[in-house]
Design a protein around this ligand. Sequence first.
Ligand code: NAD
Length: 256
Amino acid sequence: DLKGKSAIITGSNSGIGLGVATELARAGADVVINSFTDRPEDHALAAQIAADHGVAARYIPADMSKAEDCRALVEKAGGCDILVNNAGIQFVAPVEEFPIDKWNQILAINLSSAFHTTAAALPGMRAKGWGRIVNIASAHGLTASPFKAAYVAAKHGVVGLSKTVALETAGQGITCNAVCPGYVLTPLVEAQIPDQMKVHNMDRDTVIREVMLQRQPSRQFATTEQIGGTVVYLCSPHADQVTGTTISVDGGWTAL
Ligand code: NAD
């Protein structure tokens, strides 16, 4: 039961972040939803979560590619008990052709944002003697694929950052872990399907089964609810001694 706890979930107006925010709200936590946009529908999303689950929910715009925005998000939220670093983007290119601006942007959003929000949130957590930091890494935080240099480097970095923060907070009522999803069907993955269909000259179902889920032995996508449930577990008393580690939700990917 997370009643009375406040959570910030970065990059949560769609996909996994929205799933995590929804499951935290279902468990009773007040939530701050975030992305870089500031549209009526972003604020409506927060209102909907509040109405559905009887919690306080706010939308706070902040661009996770910018250090000052990351820190301002935590300030504007008034700190948080639970911080979920989820914002992330993907770009695919061979390393020698990888655009420098894409490399910098992926490192900023997928890795550095977690450093900035963690630094901003920790003093408040230490003052309360309780805190949960959950970083949404990836199976690509533990393994690699060709053409995803920035993403794989950033996600391995997130795993390392999680371990370091866990050591710095051990025994203080604060835990820090990384969740490593395999393929989850979200807009980020959906956007890769047409490209993959073209590259492999396959129809949608075949490319999903034979190419995209080829490394996921279950041949099933994980769901955003399952990622959210994993985060809720990490925030529960059962996980008080779970820190500095990774939890894979990947249908067996990293067992191969
Ligand atoms: P998504 O595109 O649906 O969601 C990404 C979220 O990040 C969106 O809410 C988007 O608005 C937000 N975002 C992007 N740039 C931002 C910025 N500059 N500032 C603030 N917010 C920003 O994708 P998703 O699949 O839900 O991905 C969420 C996280 O899960 C990412 O870190 C991704 O790497 C990770 N992940 C996804 C999968 C998968 O299969 N979908 C697998 C492993 C890890």
